[in-house]
Design a protein around this ligand. Structure first.
Ligand code: GLU
Length: 476
């Protein structure tokens, strides 16, 4: 019987959830879901100086917004200090770790000497085999605990993305696993956690690849087998440099704020470094069905905002309107608009989906359907609300007032009929009407614009535009 697949995403809460982290989380999630396994969230908050509750919140919010639901956790490393202390003690008892009393100055001096000699700086092992704490200068009273790394041999492992990796133990240091105050260090806590949590596949950024051989030695010291490892390449900005704040939005919640759908961002992220033939659009079920961590590319991939925009548009157009509406609601609240003051958001999406790249843009372009506008856009009014528009506005106003059912087909018919009757082109009716309804010269087709504006609001706005036209005529 094969082991249940258990993966974990283990962010350090020292900032927001950025796109690189989100992609790692997505890969961990998909790997678990693809194998009916378990996906765990673990917050690595042992760095008390740099970890903040705001960052924890940002990570949890990001995971929630992306719909990356975890089966266990969030576990917090700060709640597991007793357990780490217990394992440190175990390693000490078994002689697999030792107290090191070397002062910072001593370590620094060795380091400088080694560098001068052209050697790789590493701990010289002074305290490895002491019976008693050393005295004198160069030593301190409260020791760190170091892991006794094997001196001979080579660590070899098969990375699921990068293939076989081997590092000679001669390259590795006796790692500090607990500081003088007893607080444990990253490479140690991660091993204890991954063991205790039964993690079968560690999927993480390739900035951790140098840590893996050290961690493997700790697994062995604990008499355990190590999990499989998959180190995913980093994400670059469009300019080839490592993705950073300079490239604009890198925190996932910023993408929400900018009007992206989580489905689009996830789809974009899954394709960053992973492919399945030349398919671009994947539903979540398809991702789960087709994803394999072994198919992740070992080369770094570059972030491409145009492609994300394209995907966002695809999702806005193709997801059920009600589903898009759920996300649009958040943008309405941000813009101070109440969906109850106008057409249903699903109806709005049905009209606007083809016209925008983002939900933010959709919200901005839909304002007049939910709230009054103060002024007509001056250019639009100058061009379309001229004295000649009086007849058109009067005619369409009275026909619309008589209309019993406010539906796009009927509205379209009324505009056409009015144009025929006045013997003018459709535009001569539609443009003044559009400015009357929205204050601008740009909106969806005139029947849809009327439909979304609603009967009472449309009639009131036509009356207002008429008044404006009359005042302007009187003044000229
Ligand atoms: N906490 C580490 C980080 O945020 C990740 C550790 C791991 O995945 O092993 O970089």
């Amino acid at each position: 019987m094969t082991k249940e697949v258990r993966t974990r995403f283990a962010p350090s809460p020292t900032g927001f959830l950025h796109v690189g982290g989100a992609r790692t989380a997505l890969f961990c999630y998909l790997q678990a879901r693809a194998h009916d396994g378990t996906f765990i969230l673990r917050i690595e908050d042992t760095d008390l100086q740099r970890s903040t509750p705001e960052s924890v919140r940002a990570i949890l919010d990001g995971m929630e917004w992306l719909g990356l639901d975890y089966d266990e956790g969030p576990y917090y490393q700060t709640q597991r200090f007793d357990r780490y202390a217990e394992v440190v003690q175990q390693l000490l008892n078994e002689g697999k770790a030792y107290h090191c009393y070397c002062s910072k100055e001593r370590i620094e001096a060795i380091r400088e000497e080694q560098m001068k000699a052209g050697a790789k700086p590493r701990y010289d092992g002074h305290c490895r085999d002491l019976d008693q704490p050393p005295q004198g200068s160069g030593f301190v009273a409260s020791p760190v605990v170091r892991f006794r790394n094997p001196i001979q041999g080579t660590v070899v492992f098969e990375d699921l993305v990068r293939g076989q990796i081997s590092i000679s133990n001669g390259e590795l240091d006796d790692l500090v696993i607990a500081r003088p105050d007893g607080s444990p260090t990253y490479n140690f806590t991660v091993v204890v956690d991954d063991l205790d949590m039964g993690i079968t596949q560690v999927i993480r950024g390739d900035d951790h690849i140098n840590n893996t051989p050290r961690q493997i030695n700790i697994y062995h010291a604990l008499g355990a087998e190590h999990p499989q490892f998959a180190h995913v390449p980093m994400i670059l900005g469009d300019d080839g440099a490592r993705l950073s704040n300079r490239h604009g939005a890198v925190g996932v919640m910023q993408y929400r704020d900018d009007g992206y759908l989580p489905q689009a961002l996830l789809n974009y992220l899954v394709r960053l470094g992973w492919s399945h033939g030349d398919q671009e659009v994947f539903s979540r079920d398809e991702m789960i069905e087709k994803f394999s961590i072994r198919d992740v590319n070992r080369k770094a991939s570059a972030f491409n905002t145009d492609k994300l925009d394209w995907l966002n548009q695809q999702y806005i157009k193709n997801l059920p309107n009600e589903e898009v509406a759920v996300h649009l609601q958040w943008h309405f609240a941000q813009a101070g608009l109440d969906p109850a003051d106008g057409p249903s958001l699903a109806d709005l999406v049905s009209v606007q989906a083809d016209r925008v790249k983002t939900l933010k843009e959709m919200t901005q372009l839909s304002r007049s359907f939910y709230a009054d506008f103060e002024h007509f856009d001056p250019g639009a009014a100058k061009k379309h609300l001229r004295p000649v528009a009086e007849q058109a506005l009067r005619a369409i106003g009275s026909r619309l007032a008589d209309l019993s059912r406010w539906e796009p087909e009927r509205l379209d018919a009324v505009v056409r009929l009015t144009a025929e009757e006045l013997e003018v082109g459709m535009g001569k009716i539609a443009q003044p009407l559009r400015v009357a309804l929205t204050g601008t010269a740009v909106s969806p087709s005139i029947d849809k614009t009327l439909w979304l504006t609603g009967r009472d609001r449309s009639l009131a706005r036509i009356a207002r535009a008429l008044e404006y036209v009359l005042i302007r005529a009187a003044a000229s």
